[in-house]
Design a binder for this molecule. Structure first.
Ligand code: GLU
Length: 465
């Protein structure tokens, strides 16, 4: 074992980055950083059909987005598992030569037929003592020793497996290609991995991999299998049913720091009152021993709440900077900055900002028909707009004055401010909801505000009509 801890994240490329994978990566990263160790990125790319270079770039980019930066000194890789095929096969040969693995020439059908005849599922060790040499079509199988395998898992404590329940598993297929079980374990050994922190679904592989470590005279790593993520129905998250791709959240305007913080709390909690803590606290406090082994509910609503909190905590100019990529390119960011503080307090994601203030950037905002009907067909709508056009043509142009003058118009006409605002808001923004009206008008400017008020009056048609 090398002196400083070596952890790894070993994704098989799939074309998107699963939030569960992101959580596993972050657990590894937090530990590697706290222990002064290394985070090795190994791409398990042995499946030919899933071996696209852009998918690897996608993994590296997604990791960078959550703060796992390939430029950090703690980061090593990406390594390609395919590139190590020769070492996987060399280890297979070594095991064969030591009598710890043997060849078998049974076909899949023959194995199934034997299992059916005996009533015992799986491979029955038929070729254990047949002394077959390597030949095309013959698979190399590991000779599972008698006894029991005890896996020391930091999350689940001790997990015992009776070796009698583990079949002599395939290391190398009949076509000469190494199996996942072999490649994964050999890479961990070759890369001197000290801690294997990975998804719970791999726990059933662990006794086999531990047997390989032991058979090769190596001390197995520290294991930690982290709980599965489930949806609100307690079903395992799935791409078909659930929003599982990290990229979807990134593109929807989630802040990476909110995402990171939320993912870390799936199965773990920081020591203080609040779950919202900076990465420095996470890195200082995270321990595998404290990870809960119950399935963790990936709650999109809670994530959204985290995101809203993180957005509100941003310095205003930083909020503007983060929003810019989510705004149409032709929008003037300075104008956006003028209204940004009123947007910042109201959005859940960065992508929510643009539709909230689009009326400031287009000549004629789309009018929501139901908002129009609700507000413009009342008796007071016309006189409010008429009076507003008169007063707004001349009054000082600041939010306070715009508000008090409209309040006065309301009093003249016997309606409260809220009622007086509605037709003005629909005339100017096209909708009944949005950021505070008077601040919006201040940014929009006198000429454009009055032009829209007039246009709405015209759209209403002649009085009494
Ligand atoms: N390549 C495996 C996967 O993506 C992970 C294996 C491991 O972490 O040991 O599920």
């Amino acid at each position: 074992m090398s002196e400083s801890p070596r952890l790894r994240f070993a994704p098989s490329p799939t074309g998107y980055f699963h939030v569960g994978g992101a959580r596993t990566a972050l657990y590894n990263w937090a530990l590697a950083r706290r222990l002064g160790g290394t985070f090795v990125l190994r791409i398990e790319d042995t499946d030919e059909a899933r071996n696209r270079p852009e998918w690897v770039t996608g993994i590296v980019d997604a990791l960078a987005w959550i703060g796992i930066d390939s430029g950090d000194p703690a980061f090593e890789g990406p390594h390609s598992q395919r590139a190590n095929a020769a070492s996987h096969l060399a280890v297979a040969t070594q095991l064969f030569e030591a009598g710890k693995a043997y060849y078998c020439d049974l076909t899949g059908d023959e194995i199934r037929a034997r299992a059916e005849a005996s009533g015992k599922p799986g491979y029955d060790g038929y070729s254990r003592d047949r002394g077959l040499e390597a030949a095309p079509g013959r698979a190399l199988r590991f000779r599972v020793p008698d006894g029991e395998t005890v896996v020391h898992d930091l999350v689940r404590s001790e997990v015992r497996f009776d070796n009698a329940d583990v079949e002599d598993f395939v290391l190398v297929r009949g076509d000469g290609s190494p199996m996942f079980m072999l490649a994964n374990a050999v890479d961990d050994m070759t890369m001197d991995i000290t801690h294997v922190v990975r998804a719970e679904e791999h726990l059933s592989n662990t006794p086999k991999q531990q047997m390989l470590w032991t058979a090769l005279g190596r001390t197995p790593p520290v294991w930690a299998h982290v709980p599965v993520l489930v949806n609100e129905k307690r079903q395992k998250l799935s791409k078909r049913r659930d929003k599982v791709a990290l990229e979807q959240y990134r593109d929807a305007g989630y802040l990476p720091e909110a995402m990171v913080n939320y993912l870390m709390t799936l199965g773990w909690a920081p020591s203080g009152e609040s779950e919202i803590v900076p990465w420095s606290t996470i890195e200082a406090e995270f321990r595998l021993e404290d990870v809960n082994h119950a399935p963790a509910f990936f709650d999109e609503k809670k994530l959204a709440a985290f995101n809203g909190e993180y957005i509100r905590a941003l310095p205003p100019e930083e909020f503007v900077r983060r929003c810019v990529p989510f705004l149409p390119a032709e929008w003037n960011p300075h104008r956006f900055a003028e209204i940004a503080e009123h947007v910042q307090s109201r959005v859940v994601t960065l992508a929510d900002a643009a539709p909230m203030v689009d009326f400031l950037f287009v000549d004629d905002p789309d009018v929501d028909e139901s908002s129009w009907t609700k507000t413009m067909t009342t008796d007071v709508a016309r006189p409010i707009l008429e009076r507003a056009i008169e007063v707004y043509g001349e009054c000082p142009w600041d939010a306070d004055t715009l508000k008090t003058t409209l309040e006065e118009i309301g009093t003249e006409l016997g309606v409260k401010l809220g009622k007086a605002q509605a037709p003005v808001r629909v005339a100017v923004t096209g909708r009944t909801v949005g950021p505070p009206l008077f601040e919006s008008l201040e940014v929009l400017g006198r000429d454009e505000t009055c032009r829209r008020l007039v246009a709405s009056l015209e759209r209403m048609g002649p009085a009494g009509g």
